[in-house]
Design a binder for this molecule. Structure first.
Ligand SMILES: Nc1ncnc2c1ncn2[C@@H]1O[C@H](COP(=O)(O)OP(=O)(O)OP(=O)(O)O)[C@@H](O)[C@H]1O
Ligand SMILES: [Mg+2]
Length: 254
């Protein structure tokens, strides 16, 4: 089916008290697509990923995954539906009481997905993918922010997710390491058909990895287009963000 959709978010509304973060969110993702969402700090990008994963409940709206409505679904069933999603949290969210290896293999072990020897091999493999081979025995607390982020990415990838939710995958990384992560996201898309919803402030990364880019502004995705379309649009808010303030927030009322 040409217009098949893996993920469809429609009319998403989410407020925290008086703070209306999502007024009306509409976004979709085709199987195998990488879709980037850009927008100023505090505009609701991480909230979107948390709503998709089921860590936050929208006030209203629809989130369909593989043609199933996730909003309002019983928790157990929802957890089963989202089991093949992987999430890289913005702050990596590692368990500091466990080694790096135990963090990366956590889900595989919890879910009994493979025998211990295979888990160890898989952990070694995905740590290699993120450019951190051989650090299984280190404590997360000993790592730099960028290394923690990459361990968080390895953990999210360990079980071979079908949909990856990446919250700022290149933030805090040097340009060369950022490019390793960009290449990894492209590799996953091309070789394993992994779909990606990517939150980023890094326009170079967005241009490189995404088929489409959407801009979140004042509770809505005000623009969706290809990298070329977003680069050349004269939409004032998008153009300001992309060209003038690619790494910072849009000023109030801009
Ligand atoms: N659990 C929560 N309870 C109350 N308010 C929240 C909660 N989570 C997020 N918010 C608020 O929602 C808004 C959007 O937050 P969010 O973390 O999605 O921003 P963001 O776009 O990811 O920003 P950044 O680029 O800085 O990561 C902020 O005003 C934030 O304070
Ligand atoms: Mg965020």
């Amino acid at each position: 089916m040409a217009d098949e959709r893996l993920l469809e978010v429609h009319g998403l509304r989410k407020a925290f008290g008086d703070n209306v973060v999502w007024e009306e969110g509409n976004l979709d993702l085709a199987p195998g697509e990488t879709h980037a969402v850009i927008g100023g700090s505090g505009t609701g990008k991480s909230v979107l990923l948390k709503c998709v994963l089921g860590l936050l409940d929208p006030d209203s709206g629809s989130i369909r995954y593989r043609d199933q409505e996730l909003v309002g679904m019983a928790q157990g069933e929802r957890a089963r539906m989202t089991r093949d999603m992987g999430m890289l949290f913005q702050d990596a969210a590692l368990f500091d009481s466990m080694t790096v290896g135990a963090n990366v293999g956590f889900e595989l072990e919890q879910m009994n997905l493979m025998p211990p020897k295979e888990i160890r091999e898989r952990v070694t493999e995905v740590l290699g993918w993120v450019g951190l081979p051989g650090i299984e025995d280190r404590d997360p607390a000993q790592l730099s922010g960028g290394m923690r982020k990459r361990v968080g990415l390895a953990r999210a990838l360990a079980s071979g997710p079908n949909l990856m939710l990446y919250d700022e995958p290149t933030t805090g990384l040097d340009p060369i390491t950022s490019d390793v992560i960009n290449e990894l996201i492209i590799y996953l898309q091309e070789k394993t058909h992994t779909s990606g919803l990517v939150i980023t402030h890094d326009m170079d990364s967005a241009y490189k990895i995404a088929g489409r880019i959407s801009m979140l502004y004042q509770g809505r995705l005000v623009f969706t287009g290809t990298p070329e379309e977003i680069r050349t649009t004269d939409h004032p808010v998008v153009s300001q963000f992309v060209h003038g303030r690619a790494h910072g927030p849009i000023t109030e009322g801009a």
